[in-house]
Design a protein around this ligand. Structure first.
Ligand SMILES: NC(=O)c1ccc[n+]([C@@H]2O[C@H](COP(=O)([O-])OP(=O)(O)OC[C@H]3O[C@@H](n4cnc5c(N)ncnc54)[C@H](O)[C@@H]3O)[C@@H](O)[C@H]2O)c1
Ligand SMILES: [Zn+2]
Length: 387
C-alpha cells in the first residue's frame, strides 16, 4: 500500500493573494533575518492584514536549522498561541516552522521523536502554510523535516504524513531576488530530487511523471535562471519544477546523493543543494554498473542519448556535470571547498552518517562500507566511478 500526500497548492504569479481569504486570528511566521530585510516578510504581512490576521514573526532560523532553534520557536508559539503557523523561506525556515508547529501541538514530544509510525493528532491548535522563497527543496510540499544535531554534527531526517502543509503558496515573485549562486545551489537540489525520486526503488506511477517533468525543466531553465534572474517566466518554471520534484521524491524517496550530501553538509557546512548536487553524478555512475535500468530510461526520456544500459546512465551523469559547469557549480567535493586532509580525517564519520541516513534505504544499488569510502574519495577528486 502506498500513499500520495500533498498540500493544497496555490501557484503562479499572484498566488500570495490566497492569503487574503484566510480565516483566523493570529499567524506565527517562521523565517530568517535576511528575508525580513529583503521585505519578503512584509509582503506576507500586507496580505494577512487584508485577512484581518495578526502576524508575529520568529526570524531566528539559521541555514540547516538546529533543534535548539526549533525549541526557541516553540516557546514563541506558546506565547503567541497562533491558529496558523507559516513557514516562509528556503527549506531551512520551512522545516523549522514544521517542527515548531508539531511541538506546539504536541508539547509532550521531543523533536527526535517525530517519526512516520506514531500518529501525531495535529491540527488541534493551528494549521500550516508554507511559502518557499528558494526554488529547490520542495519542503513546502513534503512531510519531511531535516534538523541538524549540532553536537553530533549530523542531520536528522524526521517526518510524518500529517506534517504535509494545509496549503503551499508557490509564488515565483518570492524567489525572484535570489542571487545566481543560491539559484544554482537550490536548482541542483531540485534536480537531485527529480533524478533520485525517479530512480530510487520506492518510485511509483504517481511520482514518475512529476520527477521526469521536473528534471526536464531544470535542465532547460536553470542555466537561464542563473544567467538572468529577472526573467519571471524562467523563475516561475523553476519554482514549479522544485515543487513538482518535491511531490515526486517526497512521495518516493531520494537516494545516495542525499545521504552523502547530508553527511558532507553537516560536517563541512556545504549548502544542501550544492552538497547533494555534487554527489549526484557519482551516485548515478555507481548505480549504473549494477542497476542501470531506470537511469537509462530517464536519460532516454530526457533526450541525453540513444545508447542503452550502463552507457546511457553514464551519459546522464555527464549531462549533470555539464550542467554544473554551465552554472558555475562544483563538479567534485574538492571544488566545493573541502580539503582532502579534512575529508580523510572525517571519512569514517561521513561514511557512518551516510550509511545511517534514511535516504539510503531506497538507493538503486547499495554500496558496501568500503565502496562508500571509495565513492567519497572519487567524488572528492572528481574521478568518475568505475566500480
Ligand atoms: N524537508 C524537506 O523535504 C527538505 C528537502 C530538501 C532540503 N531540505 C533542507 O532545506 C535546507 C536548505 O534549504 P535552502 O536550500 O532552500 O536554503 P536555506 O533555507 O538554508 O537558505 C539559504 C540562504 O538563502 C537565503 N534566501 C532564501 N530565500 C532567498 C531569496 N528569495 N532571496 C535572497 N536570499 C534568500 C536565506 O536567507 C539563507 O541565507 C537544508 O536544511 C536541507 O536539509 C529539506
Ligand atoms: Zn534535497
Amino acid at each position: 500500500m502506498w500513499y500520495f500526500v500533498s498540500p493544497q497548492i496555490v501557484f503562479g504569479e499572484g498566488a500570495l493573494d490566497a492569503l487574503d481569504e484566510l480565516q483566523g486570528h493570529r499567524a506565527l511566521v517562521g523565517t530568517d533575518a535576511t528575508l525580513v530585510q529583503l521585505g519578503l516578510v512584509d509582503r506576507v504581512k500586507a496580505h494577512l492584514d487584508k485577512a484581518g490576521i495578526e502576524m508575529r514573526v520568529f526570524d531566528a532560523v539559521e541555514p540547516d536549522p538546529s533543534v535548539q532553534t526549533v525549541c526557541q520557536g516553540v516557546q514563541v508559539a506558546r506565547e503567541v498561541e497562533p491558529d496558523w503557523v507559516v513557514g516562509l523561506g528556503g527549506g531551512s525556515p520551512i522545516d523549522a516552522a514544521k517542527a515548531i508547529w508539531v511541538l506546539y501541538e504536541r508539547p509532550d514530544l521531543e523533536a527526535a521523536e517525530i517519526n512516520p509510525f506514531v500518529p501525531l493528532g495535529l491540527r488541534q491548535k493551528a494549521r500550516l502554510i508554507t511559502i518557499p522563497t528558494t526554488s529547490g527543496t520542495g519542503a513546502e510540499v513534503t512531510w519531511a523535516i531535516v534538523l541538524t544535531d549540532t553536537q553530533e554534527q549530523r542531520k536528522m531526517g524526521l517526518g510524518n504524513r500529517e506534517i504535509a502543509a494545509d496549503m503551499a503558496i508557490v509564488d515565483p515573485v518570492m524567489a525572484a531576488g535570489m542571487p545566481p549562486g543560491l539559484t544554482a545551489d537550490t536548482g541542483l537540489d531540485a534536480l537531485t530530487h527529480a533524478i533520485e525520486g525517479y530512480t530510487c526503488t520506492w518510485h511509483t506511477d504517481m511520482t514518475d511523471g512529476l520527477c521526469l517533468n521536473a528534471a526536464r525543466a531544470v535542465f532547460e531553465f536553470l542555466p537561464r535562471a542563473v544567467a538572468d534572474g529577472s526573467d519571471m517566466e524562467v523563475r516561475e518554471r523553476m519554482h514549479n519544477a522544485a515543487t513538482c520534484a518535491g511531490l515526486g521524491f517526497g512521495n518516493a524517496l531520494a537516494s545516495m546523493a542525499h545521504a552523502m550530501g547530508h553527511a558532507l553538509g553537516a560536517m563541512f557546512h556545504v549548502p544542501h543543494g550544492r552538497a547533494v548536487g555534487v554527489c549526484l553524478p557519482y551516485t548515478v555512475e555507481f548505480a549504473a554498473r549494477e542497476a542501470p535500468g531506470r537511469f537509462a530510461e530517464m536519460a532516454a526520456l530526457l533526450g541525453c542519448t540513444q545508447a542503452e544500459g550502463e552507457a546511457a546512465a553514464r551519459s546522464l551523469a555527464a549531462r549533470i556535470r555539464d550542467l554544473c559547469r554551465e552554472i558555475g557549480s562544483p563538479t567534485c567535493v574538492a571544488e566545493a571547498g573541502v580539503e582532502r586532509v579534512a575529508l580523510e580525517a572525517h571519512l569514517d564519520k561521513l561514511v557512518d552518517d551516510a550509511f545511517n541516513d534514511t535516504q539510503m534505504v531506497a538507493t538503486a544499488r547499495s554500496p558496501s562500507y568500503d565502496e562508500l569510502r571509495q565513492i567519497f574519495m572519487y567524488a572528492h577528486e572528481g574521478k568518475p566511478i568505475d566500480f
